[in-house]
Design a binder for this molecule. Structure first.
Ligand code: ADE
Length: 418
């Protein structure tokens, strides 16, 4: 079998970790059980370009249980868990092309290898497979029934393709499901981002000033966790409504220009480029720590930081210290790539359970309904979204109330008033 992983001997270690994650993925476990029985993806070729983590391993194994032929590559050069990649090859016979720390050339070569089986379904986290199929490998487009997209940044790219009528197959935006972004983006990013910062720096968060750039679901999650750890949180925003929300959620809201001078930690989660630039780095305090938890490594202007500096050195694993010409030191975490995956293990399995339940059910939906879909970006259906929430609650043993007949009637009526 074709594959490219760091070291196949890591497989046993990877298997234990995959099982550990599976223990808190009850929804995906249920789907896997049904898929094994019903085989709804039988013979379907799926190229998955996702962070190669224990949680992704459980998704891929679920797709395989449904009868799919899956090839997997990484959606970020620094997020691969090499032992997980090895286990998927060794124990599950899945063709994996991913090595942690691979250079850009290898990253794209791995995507090329992963699409070699002529995918019928693409499963992206950042739209890199869709981009490849619409640029260098247009010849493969004819095989594709549809795709799924995991993340906000990818969905933005896809919507822009659909608006310009260049998208050549339908894509389901998993990110837009409530059971995805309300949990994964918020609580997953919140915890795993702080985890990456703490693991790599071992710095005390309480009493420090944490600057969170961007108050989308990810930014909200990080702000909440940083506040919970005792930090003074400053939010920077460009959207007035989000800025107001941040203010009324109890945070200071400042332009980056002002926040730059007072922050101890800076975390970007905007999906945009050059959010922290030369003029901001130049104002930072000695010892400031900067990182990114947005999808691409474009949010920090690292070349500008480099130009301001007279010295660069690695001071701890994943921590690079820049000494500026003004004598101040700024530490950059994880090369400005997703700090939660580069320096920690990504979102905990309990939230990825719902994200990946959406992925598995979206793949099944595409197989069953692709003929009536146009080349657009579609949401996950409300029934699927609600069902995942119901299954998750059942999986963790939480009961909720149901409406009485009288309450249903009341909600459906307009005559009843005071
Ligand atoms: N994105 C963020 N966390 C992740 C994880 N644990 N697995 C896959 N993709 C992720």
């Amino acid at each position: 079998m074709d594959y490219d992983v760091k070291d196949i001997k890591l497989a046993a270690q990877g298997k234990l970790k995959i099982e550990w994650a599976e223990a808190t993925m009850p929804v995906l476990r249920l789907i896997k059980k049904r898929f094994k029985r019903q085989r709804p993806l039988l013979g379907t070729r799926i190229t998955a370009c996702l962070h190669v983590t224990t949680e992704t391993a459980n998704l891929v194994k679920t797709l395989q249980a449904g009868g799919a032929e899956v090839r997997l590559c990484a959606s970020n050069p620094l997020s691969t868990q090499d032992e997980v990649a090895a286990s998927l090859v060794q124990h599950d016979g899945i063709a994996v092309f991913a090595i942690r720390g691979e250079d850009n050339k290898t990253y794209y070569r791995h995507i090329q290898s992963a699409i070699e089986h002529q995918p019928q379904i693409t499963m992206d986290d950042g739209a890199d497979v869709v981009s490849m199929l619409h640029s260098k490998r247009k010849d493969l487009l004819k095989h594709v029934l549809g795709g799924t997209e995991e993340t906000t940044t990818g969905v933005i790219r896809l919507r822009s393709m659909a608006d310009r009528h260049v998208l050549k197959f339908p894509v389901i935006s998993v990110n837009d499901a409530d059971t995805k972004h309300l949990f994964d983006n918020r609580y997953g990013t919140g915890q795993s981002t702080m985890d990456g910062i703490i693991r790599s720096t071992n710095r005390l968060v309480c009493g420090s000033t944490v600057v969170v750039a961007g108050y989308g679901w990810c930014g909200r999650g990080v702000a909440t966790r940083a506040k919970g750890l005792g930090a003074n949180v400053i939010v920077t925003e460009v959207e007035p409504v989000k800025a107001l929300e941040a203010l009324m959620d109890g945070y200071r809201v400042l332009p980056m220009e002002e926040a730059a001078a007072v922050g101890d930690f800076f975390i970007t989660l905007t999906g945009n480029l050059k959010v922290i630039r030369k003029e901001h780095f130049a104002r930072m305090k000695d010892g400031a720590i900067v990182c990114n938890s947005g999808h691409f490594n474009v949010e920090l202007d690292i070349p500008a930081l480099d130009r301001l500096s007279r010295k660069r050195r690695m001071v701890r694993p994943g921590v690079e210290e820049f000494t500026l010409r003004n004598g101040r030191r700024i530490s950059l975490l994880g090369e400005g790539r997703l700090v939660n995956l580069a320096l920690a293990e990504g979102h905990p399995s309990s939230v990825m359970d719902m994200s990946f339940a959406n992925q598995a059910l979206a793949a099944e939906y595409l197989v069953n309904h692709h003929k009536k879909l146009e080349n657009k970006v579609y949401p996950v259906s409300q029934e699927i979204d609600k069902e995942i929430a119901r299954l998750k609650l059942a999986g963790i043993g939480i009961g909720i109330d149901t409406l009485t007949k009288e309450q249903k009637k009341y909600l459906a009526s307009w005559e009843m008033g005071t």
